[in-house]
Design a protein around this ligand. Structure first.
Ligand SMILES: NC(=O)c1ccc[n+]([C@@H]2O[C@H](COP(=O)([O-])OP(=O)(O)OC[C@H]3O[C@@H](n4cnc5c(N)ncnc54)[C@H](OP(=O)(O)O)[C@@H]3O)[C@@H](O)[C@H]2O)c1
Ligand SMILES: [Zn+2]
Ligand SMILES: [Zn+2]
Length: 342
């Protein structure tokens, strides 16, 4: 008898449907994971809309995956059956392209991309490359660990690699899955932390998460407000809005950095004047590697940082995805396949 598992796949653009699939054995260097939790990241929209370059359908989205190893392919020595592991977006580098050969695995030019080139974690079972696994510490349950594997590492890495110093004025724009973790990381790294959101409804939440100040970008000129405080050393832009990002350059201090982690559909319009006069810069940052995921988890435990999550059963993935897209998630929807505490 063929054993099967339940998965939620994108069968056509914008269609998420529950499917029954045959369980397969992991190939050399791979493991099979019994998924316990998978966060719903805004990047999943590129799979659901069928827009990710190189994507073919049907495809199972999901790249904030935590589960237990249930089968080992040949040559897998580091991981054991029953061990709890996680996988993120860049789920295996090719090891041979120029960035890989220079040790810059996250920028691999031919990566295994979870939920894009291979099936992801909106499922009961998933095959993963063992070299891309992160170990999940006991202090974190699966549902709260999952968002740290993309939303968490993306904001954590961007902030810790930005050359900042304790006390620097740092703003986090966009208070969603990424942003609500970015605020916590910025605060716990010792920065003067400003949250930039649109509307007043997230002010209290942002302050509860650790923001010293909240600026409502719908009513206030965020760049002017930041300049009155001396200018931000860095602004971490997470909101998927090019319109919202461009003007922020004017809120930076001299030599300040606008770090782009959100990936808007629209263009970012930039004024060269504040870039040139003041040596300000703008650059992007892409998630991170498995060992950096372990760093993110360790820092989160150390500083008692947790994602705010709403858990839903796997079968309700389409509704949970819609809730995220409507900006209603507080702050991360997490699909669970069994009773995991939230
Ligand atoms: N660089 C990477 O490696 C990486 C990793 C993961 C995700 N991403 C990208 O990061 C972006 C955010 O992902 P996410 O999962 O955090 O999405 P999310 O949970 O949907 O959050 C996005 C937030 O941005 C806010 N927002 C939208 N437009 C805004 C504006 N003009 N001003 C202020 N806030 C605005 C939304 O708030 P309201 O709508 O409630 O106002 C929402 O809370 C996506 O583009 C995603 O693809 C990149
Ligand atoms: Zn993601
Ligand atoms: Zn490579």
């Amino acid at each position: 008898m063929v054993r099967t598992y339940k998965a939620v796949e994108v069968s056509a653009p914008e269609v998420l449907r529950v499917a029954e699939r045959p369980i397969t054995e992991p190939g050399p260097g791979q493991v099979r994971i019994r998924v316990e939790a998978c966060g719903i990241c805004h990047t999943d929209a590129a799979t659901v809309m069928g827009a990710y370059p190189g994507l073919t359908l049907p495809r199972v989205p999901g790249h904030e995956v935590v589960g237990r190893v249930e089968a080992l392919g040949s040559g897998v020595a580091k991981w054991k059956i029953g061990q709890r592991v996680g996988v993120g977006l860049i789920a295996g580098e090719d090891g041979i392209c120029e960035p890989c050969r220079r040790g810059d695995m996250v920028n691999c030019q031919n990566p295994v991309t979870l939920g894009v080139t291979v099936d992801g974690g909106y499922a009961e079972v998933m095959i993963a490359e063992s070299r891309a696994l992160a170990s999940i510490p006991d202090e974190l349950n699966s549902a709260e660990a999952a968002p740290l594997l993309c939303a968490g590492i993306t904001t954590y890495n961007a902030l810790r690699n930005a050359g900042l110093r304790g006390g620097d004025l740092v703003a986090v724009q966009g208070i969603g899955g990424l942003g609500h973790l970015g605020i916590q990381f910025a605060r716990h790294m010792g920065f003067h932390t400003v949250a930039l959101g649109r509307g007043g409804d997230k002010e209290k939440l942002a302050k509860d998460l650790g923001a010293h100040l909240y600026i409502d970008t719908a009513n206030d000129d965020a760049a002017a407000a930041l300049q009155r405080m001396g200018g931000a050393r860095a602004i971490l832009a997470t909101a998927p809005s090019g319109d919202g990002m461009g003007p922020l350059v004017s809120g930076l201090a001299v030599r300040g950095k606008l770090i782009i982690v959100g990936v808007p559909q629209d263009q970012i319009q930039l004024n060269a004047f504040p870039l040139v006069f003041g040596g300000r810069s703008i650059y992007g940052s892409l998630t991170g590697t498995a060992i950096e995921q372990e760093d993110t988890l360790a820092f989160s435990i150390l500083e008692n940082i947790r994602p705010m999550i709403e858990t839903v059963p796997l079968e309700q993935a389409a509704d949970a995805y819609a809730r995220m897209m409507q900006g209603k998630a507080r702050f991360r929807m997490v699909l669970v396949t069994k009773d995991v505490k939230s």
